[in-house]
Ligand binder design. Structure first.
Ligand code: FES
Length: 156
């Protein structure tokens, strides 16, 4: 993860070398850049445009079209809380509220330290284990606020 005040372009240079000026490789370049920086900083998008000749408008067009890309800084750990019908009925709202109270973390945002980002999703196909929370790629069923906070606080 990088500080927005000083964006180091060295990782970008390494990535662009791999693609060797391929102008059609917009999505793979953006994927690699997002892996390296955690999101797509505007300074990096401008540098990609200058160094490859890909119009900035095209980069933004792709970055805003695909949900996988993020233009704002995100936390190190991504938390997804399911608020589909079964999870909602079994306490998803309480989980969201507990994160707001304990970590100042709201849906669609990150906590002040950028340790976590929170997204609300709708039905992950495991309704029998509701409420479901996914932390990074780990799925947790029958989650309650206390165990969720405890689990999150143990993360590095
Ligand atoms: S409603 Fe949450 S897994 Fe189906």
């Amino acid at each position: 993860m990088v500080n927005t005040a000083t964006v180091d372009l060295a990782p970008l240079d390494e990535i662009l070398k791999e693609f060797n000026g391929e102008k059609g490789a917009v999505i793979p370049i953006l994927q690699r850049v997002q892996d390296a920086y955690g999101y797509l900083p505007k300074e990096v998008l401008s540098a990609i445009s200058k160094r490859t000749g890909i119009p900035l408008s095209r980069l933004y067009g792709v970055a805003t079209f695909y949900a996988q890309f993020h233009l704002t800084r995100r936390g190190c750990h991504l938390i997804k809380i399911c608020d589909g019908t079964a999870c909602h009925v079994r306490g998803a709202t309480k989980l969201v509220k507990s994160l707001e109270e304990a970590l100042q973390l709201s849906p669609g945002g990150s906590d002040p330290d950028y340790k976590y980002s929170l997204e609300i999703v709708y039905c992950l196909g495991s309704c029998g284990l509701a409420p479901i929370v996914v932390v990074d790629d780990q799925v947790y069923g029958q989650t309650n606020p206390e165990s969720l906070i405890e689990r999150l606080e143990k993360l590095e």
